[in-house]
Structure formats: C-alpha cells, structure tokens
Design a protein around this ligand. Structure first.
Ligand SMILES: NC(=O)c1ccc[n+]([C@@H]2O[C@H](COP(=O)([O-])OP(=O)(O)OC[C@H]3O[C@@H](n4cnc5c(N)ncnc54)[C@H](OP(=O)(O)O)[C@@H]3O)[C@@H](O)[C@H]2O)c1
Length: 247
C-alpha cells in the first residue's frame, strides 16, 4: 500500500522541517527523491542518510525564486531522476507584520517564494507528466490560507493562492491523469513553533480539537497518500492536516 517504487519525486524545501520529513517518507516508500532547496550542505547530508537507509536521493540546489535556472538545474540530474512523476511544492517563507507595517518588499518576497515559485516550477515539470500521462502535483499551503491570520496578510494570500492555482490546474490536467492537490497543515511542531513562549503554545493547543500540535510526519503521510496510485481519483482538493484547528 502507498508504494512509490519506480517513481521520481521532487520535493522543494527539502533541506529541513516538513519538506525533509516528506522526502524521507517518500524515499522510504520506494521513490527516487530529488531534494531541492538552497542549502547544499544540508541537502547532501540528507541524501546520504536516505541512501544509507536503502533509499535513493539526489540533492538539487534550486532557488524557487529563480525560474530562469530551472531548466538547466533539472537537466543536471542523472537521467533516471529527470522525469519527475511527483512534484511537492513545499518551499515557503514568512515575513509577518500587520498591514500598516508590511513593506511592499515583504509582500512580494512571500508571494514570489510561496506562490510564484510553485507556479513556475509546476509549469516546468508538468510537461513531462502530461507526456507520460501520469503525474501528481501537491502543494503545501496552510490553514491560514483558509482562516486568515492577523499579521500574515502576505502569507495567507500566497497560501490561498496555492489553493486556487491547484483547483484550476486540476481541471486543466485531469484528462492527462495528472492530479493536483493541496495539503494545508495547521500548527506543526518545527524549529519555528519550538520558539513560542509556553503561554502562547498553551493558548494555541487549546484551539486544536486534538489538543496537540502536529508533527512533520503527520503532514508527510497526507502528502504520501496524495502522491500514491491509491489516490488516483482525488484531484482539486485540499487536505486539511490541522488536528481540527480548522473544521
Ligand atoms: N511549520 C508549520 O507550522 C507550518 C504550518 C502550515 C504550513 N507550513 C508550510 O509548510 C512548508 C514547510 O514549512 P517548515 O515549517 O518546514 O519551514 P522551514 O523549516 O522554514 O523550511 C522551509 C524550507 O523552504 C526552503 N526554502 C525557502 N526559500 C526557498 C527558496 N527561495 N528556494 C528553495 N527553497 C526555499 C528552505 O530551504 P533553504 O533555506 O535551504 O533554501 C527550507 O527547506 C512551508 O511552505 C510552510 O509555509 C508550515
């Protein structure tokens, strides 16, 4: 069940956090994994660990805000890694501030990485999926894209944008057996949330139906399902992985 043998998966933002967990899980399930991000050292270390555990992974230094480099970077991969079957648009940043204090640069940086990056890389990679009549595009959004969050107008706009983008693409690509879906995590325990003061963490946890923060693996399992053959009739949907923070 949920095996990805013979498939190649490209995960952006694979150098840490949620992306790293997704890459490890897809690798464990038999996929060849392309680990994309900017930090080459971290990617090389992770690729070596996945290989040592019996999987197959290759680092790919890629900045999602530099679409003009995508073609050449993807061509640098060994041939069997070049045909991407599963694309996970996970790379993301925040630059939080209340609207009155949010600069145009903070707005544009967040949109460029979280939304335009996913658009540009999907456009590059999906051509091969269409030719081969099989593909999975999964973008990591956030419940903030559905609920909104004070201080995150740029991030929420980008994450909501990923949902509209994916629904449209699902309609465009369905006839080629390419599915396009979104995973929307709630509060996930990462380096970022570890820094929250205890009182803020307690308040946050109280709002979650399951009364705990999510783990990076909670998100990775949802991505694996949407990447699998078994999810072949699921497209244009958003899988909310928030422990009931957003219902
Ligand atoms: N943590 C949460 O609670 C939470 C909740 C909902 C949604 N999310 C979403 O889940 C995704 C992963 O979050 P996370 O918590 O794992 O974040 P993280 O620990 O900050 O990791 C972000 C990843 O994105 C990569 N990245 C950033 N800018 C990039 C760029 N220009 N090009 C390529 N890669 C880039 C980073 O790698 P390099 O720096 O090496 O490039 C890193 O691997 C994000 O889209 C985030 O918005 C997270």
């Amino acid at each position: 069940m949920l095996r990805l043998d013979g498939k190649t998966a490209l995960v952006t933002g694979a150098s840490q956090g949620i992306g790293e967990a997704i890459a490890r899980l897809l690798g464990r399930q038999g996929a060849r994994v392309v680990l994309a991000a900017r930090n080459e050292e971290k990617l090389k270390r992770l690729a070596a660990e996945i290989d040592a555990g019996g999987g197959c992974a290759r680092p790919l230094v890629l900045d999602v805000t530099q679409p003009e480099t995508f073609g050449e970077r993807l061509k640098s991969l060994p041939e069997d890694y070049g045909a991407v079957d599963v694309l996970v648009n996970n790379a993301g940043i925040t630059a939080d501030n209340l609207l009155a204090r949010m600069s145009l640069d903070d707005w544009e940086r967040v949109l460029r990485t979280n939304l335009t990056g996913a658009f540009a890389l999907t456009k590059e990679v999906v051509r091969g999926m269409i030719k081969r009549r099989w593909g999975r595009v999964i973008s990591v959004s956030s419940v903030v894209g559905m609920m909104g969050n004070a201080g995150q107008a740029n991030y929420a706009a980008a994450k909501a944008g990923l949902i509209g983008f994916s629904k449209s693409l699902a309609r465009e690509l369905g006839s080629r057996s390419v599915t396009v879906n979104v995973v929307a995590p709630g509060y996930i325990q990462t380096a970022m949330t570890d820094r929250l003061p205890e009182a803020a963490r307690e308040e946050l946890t109280a709002a979650i139906a399951l009364k705990r923060l999510g783990t990076v693996d909670d998100v990775a399992w949802a991505v694996l399902f949407l990447a699998s053959e078994e999810a072949g009739y699921v497209t244009g949907t958003t899988l909310n992985v928030s422990g009931g923070l957003y219902i």
